[in-house]
Design a protein around this ligand. Structure first.
Ligand SMILES: [Zn+2]
Length: 404
């Protein structure tokens, strides 16, 4: 080990040698190699480079229009096994009196809690949020997979959705459970496909009741490739090894998306809000193809501004073309410290607003020291007010049939 001063001196020697015409090439090379051999290898996790770029920093404390955040997780299932939620009971991640001050500061008119559960769990959520603070919280119901093995599951499921609708649920939420976790014996056996016919009545009843289906299918494509040095989300997968769907009996990303396509095609009267930019923000051509093919499909941008913001010109075209079918969502989770890209706080919303409203360049897409989904930064879209208003609330108000 040498001291920092010695190290700087050795660098100075190398630079000095370069500028002196009389220095021998050998001496220069030797000084250089001495300087580099004194550097210790730096573990990737400790690397936190600070940008030296002088770029404009616009602070957007409040959104330009009242916001409906269509993708939040205020409550989650209290019990799950192997990725399958098995209980109507809920775990409460944030109380209204904790959420409302942030909402008021950030111009958030309403939060849509996707994971509201079903039956008695849902009833309690509706009572504590939707009914206690009308217009500020909306909840969706979820399938009761714990009853999947009962012979008349399709009817049990449609009945549960009808009850949820009567109780006040605004739609149905499907987690990536379907396609990646739910198995023939619920937590064991063969994986159940997204287009499995046993779910057809469920999609149909949602259409009949005008309940949109908020659906998450598959995951970032990097999660389906080896977690190795070529994986651009290596650090994220290292932090969450269970997010990798590479190997074992998992279908490929393409197979999952094909099954989703077949399913949506069979249910043209049901509205599908395909979350996370159609679960393929890395490939906006693919998402566009799907949106062109299915008029009953829309998307949210939750937890994907990292993807959209690294391709700002392509994203801007996408927002222009599909401005009536893109909804504002964040995946906000109160106290979700393990996932900085979706932690519910002021800073998270400021980043989303900056991305949508400004033309700032090269800034962090998440409130974190190290970009959590991949080591890059993003560029703002600078959308006009006419598009912003649709994204922030008009499209959500139409799809969920709520007033803003
Ligand atoms: Zn989510």
């Amino acid at each position: 080990m040498i001291s920092r001063r010695d190290w700087l001196r050795s660098l100075g020697l190398a630079i000095g040698a370069c500028t002196q015409a009389s220095a021998s090439p050998d001496a220069t090379a030797e000084a250089r190699s001495q300087a580099s051999s004194n550097l210790q290898p730096l573990p990737l996790g400790e690397y936190q480079p600070r940008s030296m770029l002088h770029a404009r920093e616009t602070s957007v404390a409040r959104a330009a229009f009242p916001v409906v955040d269509v993708h939040t997780h205020i409550t989650v299932s209290a019990k799950s096994k192997n990725g399958v939620a098995l209980s109507a009971q809920r775990t409460y991640l944030g109380a209204p009196n904790e959420l409302l001050p942030v909402m008021d500061r950030k111009n958030i008119h309403a939060m849509v809690n996707l994971t509201g559960g079903y039956d008695e769990g849902l009833a309690e959520v509706l009572k504590r949020y939707d009914q206690a603070f009308p217009g500020r919280f909306y909840s969706l119901t979820e399938p009761c997979y714990s009853r999947f093995l009962e012979p008349d599951y399709p009817r049990i499921q449609t009945d549960a959705i009808e009850r949820a609708h009567q109780a006040g649920a605004k739609g149905l939420k499907i987690l990536k459970t379907l396609g990646l976790y739910l198995r023939e014996n619920i937590t064991s056996g063969r994986l159940v496909r997204i287009d499995d016919a046993r779910f057809d009545p469920m999609w149909d009843v949602c259409g009949q009741l005008n309940m949109p289906v908020a659906i998450h299918v598959s995951d970032p494509i990097a999660f389906f490739t080896p977690t190795d040095r070529f994986n651009e989300r290596y650090e994220e997968l290292s932090n969450h090894p269970d997010w990798s769907f590479y190997g074992r009996d998992f279908p490929s990303n393409a197979e999952l998306l094909e099954a989703r396509k077949r399913m949506i095609a069979r249910h043209p009267k049901t509205q599908f809000l395909v979350l996370h930019v159609g679960n393929f923000a890395e490939n906006l051509d693919n998402v566009s193809e799907n949106l062109d093919r299915f008029p009953n499909m829309s998307v949210d941008i939750a937890a994907r501004i990292g993807e959209l913001g690294r391709q700002p010109r392509r994203s801007r075209q996408f927002f222009d073309r599909y401005q009536d079918r893109i909804l504002f969502g964040t995946d906000a989770t109160p106290h979700g410290d393990a996932f900085p890209q979706q932690i519910f706080n002021d800073k998270l919303y400021e980043i989303y607003y900056r991305f949508l409203e400004t033309e700032d360049e090269y800034f962090d897409y998440a409130p974190a020291e190290v970009p959590p989904q991949g080591r890059w930064r993003i560029y703002g879209l600078g959308l006009p007010n006419s598009i912003l208003e649709k994204i922030y609330n008009r499209n959500a108000a139409r799809l969920l049939q709520i007033n803003v």
